[in-house]
Write a protein that binds this ligand. Structure first.
Ligand SMILES: [Zn+2]
Ligand SMILES: [Zn+2]
Length: 125
C-alpha cells in the first residue's frame, strides 16, 4: 500500500472517529470532503469496508436499508429510534455478564456483537 492510500485511510478513520452520529457512507463522505476534497466516494467506500474487516470500524445495519458506521469499537450497543431514526449508544455493563454466561453455557467465544434495540427515544416520546 502506498503512502497516499495509507494517508487517505487515516483521514477516513479519524473523521469517522470524530463523528458520534453513526453516519452513513454518504454522511461520512461529506465530512471527509471537508478534510481532503481529493478523496472520492469510491475511496471512502473501499476504505470503510477494509476498516470493518480489520475490526477498526463497526458496521451497523439498520432496517432503513442503509448501513451506518461507528468509529467506536469498544463494546457497546445501539438503540434505534423508530420515529427519528437516530442511533443512540448504549453502554451497559450488565449485558457483558449475560454475554459471558452465553459463552460459558455454549462454549462459544464471542468476538463481535451486533445488538440493536428499537423503540421510541426520549425526544420523540
Ligand atoms: Zn426519536
Ligand atoms: Zn455506537
Amino acid at each position: 500500500m502506498n503512502t497516499r492510500n495509507t494517508k487517505q485511510k487515516e483521514i477516513i478513520l479519524n473523521t469517522l472517529r470524530q463523528m458520534h452520529s453513526h453516519p452513513t457512507i454518504m454522511d461520512l463522505y461529506e465530512q471527509v470532503q471537508k478534510v481532503d476534497s481529493s478523496i472520492g466516494q469510491a475511496t471512502v467506500y473501499r476504505n470503510v469496508s477494509k476498516l470493518v474487516e480489520e475490526g477498526l470500524v463497526m458496521k451497523i445495519p439498520t432496517n432503513d436499508g442503509v448501513d451506518h458506521y461507528d468509529g467506536d469499537c469498544t463494546n457497546h450497543y445501539h438503540f434505534l429510534c423508530q420515529k427519528c431514526h437516530k442511533l443512540y449508544d448504549l453502554y451497559d455493563e450488565s449485558f457483558q455478564s449475560v454475554l459471558r454466561k452465553i459463552e460459558k453455557n455454549n462454549h462459544f467465544k464471542v468476538n463481535r456483537v451486533h445488538l440493536i434495540l428499537e423503540g421510541i427515544c426520549r425526544d420523540c416520546e
